[in-house]
Design a protein around this ligand. Sequence first.
Ligand SMILES: Nc1ncnc2c1ncn2[C@@H]1O[C@H](COP(=O)(O)OP(=O)(O)OP(=O)(O)O)[C@@H](O)[C@H]1O
Ligand SMILES: [Mg+2]
Length: 251
Amino acid sequence: MIELKNITKEFSTPRGRLTVLKDFNLKIEAGTFLGLEGKSGAGKSTLLSIISGLQKPDAGQVFLGQPPVNILTLNDKELSAFRNTNIGFVSQEQSFLENLTVLDNVRLPAYLAKKPNNVMLNTSTSSARRLFQHPSKEIPKQVRNDFDVKITERALNLLESLGIAGLAKSFPRELSGGENHRLLIVRALMNNPDYILADEPTNSVDAEQTQAIIKIFRRLADEGKTILLASHDKEALKLCDISMTVPGSDR
Ligand SMILES: Nc1ncnc2c1ncn2[C@@H]1O[C@H](COP(=O)(O)OP(=O)(O)OP(=O)(O)O)[C@@H](O)[C@H]1O
Ligand SMILES: [Mg+2]
């Protein structure tokens, strides 16, 4: 469950004070796939960053989970632990650690969370699994214990589901814009978060991959995850359960 109560967010700009959200209320039940529409500058990204705890509103409350946690009352350490475990945030401003491979960038959030039981295993036979098991691919040499095995298998399965398993040993700088974007989604899903906030996740991705991304979100919502998708892409928004228009500023 996500509940926003009387959220107001303003920015100081060279042209004066800009009110992006004013007394904004929203309640989303678990398992909802919600599309966020609205013109450029309306406040979609601002809204997602407030829900994820990256930005604080000037007024109002943000509740997540059951029982609800008011994330604005958490200290920095609590908030980053909460975010890493519960929220998968896909934003175009995010980047990767350039000296780590694609696979290691995906595994990193799991090591930061260090909760082996949270990692779900997909035991189906897949090409990601074969890649993992294939001795010539070197990955098993890096595997030290069961936790590593589970993490690695989950990471490879996710990479495969987004069509980039073949890039596991590449470095982020070697990826195209669309591949980079799909990698952001994989990393956001790694810790199996209950809340997935995706800010224009289908930008710079072709029509086939757009369908693949939306299908993954659809499946996760059907499993009970709460998905928020900010997008200008009408085809992507069509597949949401409901969509709402972020009203926009007073400018
Ligand atoms: N840190 C900031 N300082 C000043 N103004 C800001 C800041 N962040 C956002 N804004 C302004 O707030 C408004 C909402 O921005 P936001 O990025 O949330 O819009 P958006 O709906 O995501 O737009 P788009 O569809 O183009 O991504 C814009 O007018 C933007 O210029
Ligand atoms: Mg935006």
